[in-house]
Design a protein around this ligand. Structure first.
Ligand SMILES: [Zn+2]
Length: 105
């Protein structure tokens, strides 16, 4: 079972207490963007087997959104961080590279 620690309230919660919000760090495109940019933003999502950055909500806890870096194949969690973060923090990237030397961002 996937277990994540909410960075907002510090509670370590099982997957059943959380709601997935899918891919993190999406670059949003709206009016003024090209059709290809908008289509990519609206419909294209990564679905890697391995390291993935995701949005999660502590639905049955504090209710706040946060971001997580985890492996989709093994459920290994590399860390969680606030939803307001625009890029993965250096500490998270270091944790991934320490355990997955071949991983490329
Ligand atoms: Zn929480």
């Amino acid at each position: 079972m996937l277990t994540l620690t909410c960075p907002c309230c510090g509670v370590t919660a099982e997957e059943t207490e959380l709601a997935p919000g899918y891919e993190a760090h999406l670059k949003r495109f709206g009016p003024g963007s090209t059709d290809a940019e908008f289509e990519s933003y609206m419909f294209a999502r990564k679905n890697p087997k391995g390291v993935h950055f995701e949005r999660w909500r502590h639905a049955y806890g504090c209710g706040k959104w946060f971001l997580a870096a985890r492996c989709t194949a093994t459920l290994e969690v590399f860390g969680t961080y606030p939803a307001q973060t625009t890029e993965p923090p250096a500490a998270i990237l270091d944790a991934i590279r320490a355990r997955r030397p071949d991983w490329k961002a």
